[in-house]
Design a protein around this ligand. Sequence first.
Ligand SMILES: *Cc1c(COP(=O)(O)O)cnc(C)c1O
Length: 441
Amino acid sequence: MSANTDLIARSRRAVWHPATQMKTLDAALPLPIVRGDGPWLFDADGRRYLDAVSSWWVNLFGHRDAGIAAAIRAQLDRLEHVILAGCTHEPVVVLSERLSAATGGALGHAFDASDGASATEIAMKMSAHFWRNAGRAGKHRFVALAGGYHGETAGALGVTDVPLFRAAYEPLLHPAAVLPSPDARGAQPGETAETVAIRAAAALEQHLAAHADTTAALIVEPLVQCAGGMAMHHPRFLALARALCTAHDVHLICDEIAVGFGRTGTLFAHEQAGIRPDFLCLSKGITGGFLPLSVVLSTDAIHDAFLGDGAARGFLHSHSYTGNPLACAAALAVLDRFAHDAVLTTNAAKAARFDAIAAPLAADPRVAHWRRTGMIWAFDVPAAPRGFGRTFAQAARDAGVLLVPLGRTVYFMPPYVIDDAEFTLMVVAARHALDRCFAST
Ligand SMILES: *Cc1c(COP(=O)(O)O)cnc(C)c1O
């Protein structure tokens, strides 16, 4: 028995894997990973795989980044954790200050949690509680976009529009109003992405005109709706949505859990629309994949609406690991990378070179809606045969690349440290995987 098969068998006996039908797990899964190095993962038998999805989009700088690891080690020698109710510490203070500064001071307060879904729930609770404190308790409903994803806890699922994730849990949810997505793929012949954005904003305007008095907030994934299929939209939608929310006294929650930290080409995606939200949810890449952490940034005006006598007016929410110093130290090391390494300009140059490398794949007749925003490439495979996702992932793995399609959408969301040769391998693996999927049809 190889080291791989032993770990696979034990994992399948003892571990309940996320987003996985355990019955149909194919024999080579789950992939037993024992080591990481930059964009590479190594299995127990010594085979290596290029992590083309940054391990669910968290490992911005690849695996075992030396700078982030050193920051965590240094923090380990001082303080690993302390309760954040009634205590504070340097890493959480500096992180909150630096994240606020990264929004130009527009979002002055940071509330910490440990994962993305909790960040969504915090923003939702804060928004509804804000309106209650403002004497408008009827404003507690939410507006979300078709195909949007904001996490899978019961509260976050209420604003998530991915039918597969919702169906079984429908009785547990408070469903949001779901409005048309500005997804640029919705363009009719002759229309531009901006036309689609304007049309989606018109639907939002109509909804808010009728329901603003019961609506707390609109939640959006700026520029790219990721889990719903890497649906990309024109920044005009965000600018219009910002104006509409302001006009109708509705908060704007930007969920940048996936797109934050340079993924779309700017530090935060909403910057490309020249706007600031009322709430900004961050997680995933915030620690470069080292430790679980999420942060919800909000305006000082929202924070101040919770000041008063009595606990009930204050924001009532906490997690045991809130503000964990090790996680904050990791996040500070990530911010250092952006401050000192010209990450955004390097990525822009890389992305342009990678576009050229990917040109043959983009021109493949099986590929539709080839698209890119920043360091996210995606395409659809409209004629995908049955079992496409599984066959594609397995074929890519056989070619040494970890690629996981979302339905009929294939995407690359590589660590920023990827080089030209590695990107080429990703493209070659994707073409090989397409060939395998279509060979049997
Ligand atoms: C991943 C994701 C979440 C949920 O984060 P978890 O840490 O998985 O709970 C929320 N919103 C978006 C946009 C995401 O991509």
